[in-house]
Design a binder for this molecule. Structure first.
Ligand code: DHB
Length: 509
């Protein structure tokens, strides 16, 4: 902003000060501005109205990303009932396509495969011009989440957001934490502000995202209406409305970043080889060994985890206190293991042959035990310690916590003090504002009531402790959470859409 004004002044200095006003965008939904489209779901054609590329704030910083696509079943404009919903009662499904903490365009209804875009700088997509699944996230091959949601009578709204590499015309970074979350919140405010003007019930918004997008979905749910974000929303000219949401769908949320390094080593300490892979990590399919320095760092980080975990004072649904001793053993570890056992049980029940896994004890059609340490070796380590706040600033998260002028920073005390590049540490408030754990159920916050979290049992982009902590903390604060670790699933999302939408229907009907 300061740059912009300085520039305008320079141009007009000495002449009649005819300052060009930056364009202010209307926040009023224009029901007449749409394109009729058709989506095909399981052979059925559904007519929809597509309201695309709506700039959702009055003073955008970046109109490539701060835009919203809204899709509404045509039937709602003719008084129809779809799947038991009407124009007044239809839930609003709110998927984002954020991956790797990169900028993302909103999803389009037509031909949007599941999965996320290649990231920063993707050109605007027209209908049918969806990007390939560049993040390698391997969503399902059925109809897209958006199309399926429309077929179930939901209104679908997908917002774009700035990301860790977004820059303005002056070369300043505009998308560092908390920009992506602020953008999504602004889009939610737009939907709530315009609730009466469009079909769909903005009190029934269900956000959805995978990985960094799952983190954003969790953050939307955790931080509703919290004042910390207000100055940023105000600067953008966000609509005067609330930004709390009804429910969260999050696949493998890469979140709780300030504690994720310790959680990763709690799980993978002792696994001294790693195999990269996945969108953010490049590939070394052959695998490699940790260096002696990394093995030391792993032990140091692992040692930090029990104190963090114990500070949360988590309890299981049966009231048992979940804790860890100094070596990382204890009821919390058993609790994580119980989730993996439940996952194996579900796989077994659906007919999967698990007999090759000697670390599973199966008797009488029941998975009665699982050797967690052997399971972790089967899972394999993907990241080197520290997994998130890299000592050489090499992680996507280091870049997420940069500033307008500094691209990459540390964001934990451990990595700042062990840095190999003497880099600065991010402002703690910007780290805090990107961690749902700091907001759930706090004063002045409307945390979403309903949560559905999925994290594949073979997903090692973050520790299994992270989704278990998030779910348990939410439950302990009185929120309704459905967490599963689907068997052998790698890092991915949107693979169980029928179940996801059954869950939504059961909440909304
Ligand atoms: C994503 C994956 C990661 O391993 C990570 O550290 C951050 C983001 C992702 O797929 O979005």
């Amino acid at each position: 902003m300061h740059f912009l004004f300085a520039g305008l002044f320079a141009v007009s200095a000495g002449t009649t000060p005819l300052l060009a006003q930056p364009k202010r965008y209307s926040l009023d939904f224009d029901a007449g501005k749409y394109e009729p489209q058709t989506v095909t779901v399981n052979g059925n054609e559904i007519s929809i109205r597509a309201f695309e590329r709506i700039v959702y704030v009055a003073n955008p910083v970046d109109t490539t990303y701060q835009i919203l696509n809204i899709y509404i079943p045509e039937g709602y404009f003719h008084g129809e009932t779809i799947n038991g919903y009407t124009a007044r009662s239809a839930p609003v499904f709110f998927p984002n396509r954020i991956g790797g903490y990169m900028a993302a365009q909103p999803a389009t209804a037509i031909n949007t495969p599941n999965g996320r875009p290649p990231g920063n700088g993707t050109p605007p997509q027209g209908p049918g011009g969806a990007p390939p699944n560049g993040m390698g996230m391997g969503g399902n091959r059925g109809p897209s989440a958006m199309a399926l949601a429309l077929s179930k009578g939901y209104v679908v709204a997908s917002a774009g957001a700035r990301g860790r590499m977004t820059k303005d015309a002056q070369g300043l970074f505009t998308g560092k934490s908390p920009a992506a979350l602020v953008d999504l919140k602004a889009a939610i405010r737009y939907l709530k502000y315009n609730d009466e003007a469009m079909p769909g019930d903005a009190n029934k918004i269900i956000s959805n995202g995978t990985s960094a997008g799952g983190a954003m979905s969790s953050l939307l749910g955790a931080t509703g209406n919290n004042k910390d974000y207000e100055p940023y929303l105000k600067d953008l000219g966000a609509a005067p409305a609330n930004d709390d949401i009804f429910a969260v769908s999050a696949y493998c949320p890469i979140t709780n970043l300030d504690n994720a390094d310790a959680a990763y080593e709690w799980q993978f300490n002792g696994v001294n080889t790693y195999r990269r892979g996945g969108p953010m990590q490049g590939n070394n399919a052959a695998g490699a060994a940790l260096t002696p320095e990394q093995i030391t760092v792993s032990a140091q980080l692992k040692a930090l985890f029990p104190a963090y975990l114990n500070s949360l004072q988590l309890t299981a649904p049966d009231g048992q206190r979940l804790s860890l001793d100094n070596s990382g053993n204890g009821s919390f570890k058993e609790y994580v293991n119980a989730y993996v056992i439940a996952s194996a049980q579900k796989a077994l029940g659906s007919g999967k042959d698990l007999s090759a896994h000697s670390w599973l004890t199966i008797s009488g059609g029941k998975v009665t035990d699982l050797n967690f340490d052997a399971f972790v070796r089967y899972q394999e380590r993907m990241k080197t310690p520290p997994a998130f706040d890299a000592l050489d600033l090499g992680s996507p998260e280091n870049q997420e916590f940069g500033t307008a002028t500094v691209d990459k920073q540390h964001f934990t005390a451990f990595s700042a003090s062990h840095s190999t590049v003497q880099a600065p540490r991010a402002d703690e408030q910007f780290v805090r504002m990107l961690n749902p754990m700091h907001y759930i159920g706090t004063k002045g916050t409307q945390t979403a009531k309903y949560w559905r979290i999925r994290h594949g049992s073979k997903d090692k982009d973050t520790s299994l402790a992270i989704p278990v902590i998030l779910a348990t903390y939410l439950q302990n604060k009185g929120y309704t959470v459905n967490l599963e670790l689907p068997w052998d699933r790698p890092h991915s999302g949107d693979y169980d859409l029928d179940e996801l939408f059954q869950w939504v229907d059961q909440l909304c009907k």
